[in-house]
Ligand binder design. Sequence first.
Ligand SMILES: NC(=O)c1ccc[n+]([C@@H]2O[C@H](COP(=O)([O-])OP(=O)(O)OC[C@H]3O[C@@H](n4cnc5c(N)ncnc54)[C@H](O)[C@@H]3O)[C@@H](O)[C@H]2O)c1
Length: 247
Amino acid sequence: MGYFDLTGHTAIITGAASGIGAAIARRLAKAGATVVIADINGAAAAEVAATISGALSVQMDVTSTESVQAAVDGVIAQTGQVHILVNNAGIGGKAAPLWEQDIDDWHKCIAINMDGVWNGCKAVIAHMRANKYGRIVNIASIAGKEGNPNMSAYSATKAAVIGFTKSIAKEVATDGVCVNAVSPAVVRTPILEQLTPQQVAYMTEKIPMRRTGEPEEIAAVVHFLSSPDCSFVTAQTYDASGGRATY
Ligand SMILES: NC(=O)c1ccc[n+]([C@@H]2O[C@H](COP(=O)([O-])OP(=O)(O)OC[C@H]3O[C@@H](n4cnc5c(N)ncnc54)[C@H](O)[C@@H]3O)[C@@H](O)[C@H]2O)c1
């Protein structure tokens, strides 16, 4: 058995039909996990699952409590246990200053980026507590720490994910369940198509390494946090940001 071995573990990754989520799924599967590609785009989820040995896929809308619970219950029925949940599904939202945004732009970001994380955690928490084992990783963003201009809704939702992670981690700290967040800086995935090139350039300039991250570099951090080796680390936010934030 190697370090960070996930043999026999089942991992649900939301938003795994694309970008960072797909890279996380590939990485956890390589470590031995049975991965579940959960995404609102069921066809794309099935396509990604078909490229990963033993992977399952499920169509799931993270904004719907019922949809997420049904998907989680289905996975438990099929595999017996969910050991790992990665709440990764998210959107950048409309890239514009506040005076060009309306309340629907704000609510859409909240529904996917915040309600989505709440729904995921709620759907597994009793199950993980009963099993006295679980690893939850919530994908936040450096925007949640630094606040990116023209991304106020996104930045607010990601700050909320960090606060929520710290809080629930303490609620389950004696139950064998570790809950952590990862805050990437800009990573080249389809999500960037929601932004202007100027916005992407602004965010890249802020990174001391002077480059965007790769999805696999985020997956590497998530891998440790998903593993049994992550046993005394909880309620933390891990930056994968090329040095952008140092706190
Ligand atoms: N790419 C970046 O620069 C970056 C930086 C920091 C944080 N993040 C975060 O990483 C996560 C993944 O981003 P990405 O860059 O891979 O984006 P992406 O657009 O490539 O993938 C997002 C996935 O989420 C899915 N999704 C959207 N709404 C959903 C819903 N309601 N229910 C279920 N699935 C849904 C999409 O279908 C898609 O497959 C997001 O939470 C994002 O905020 C990304």
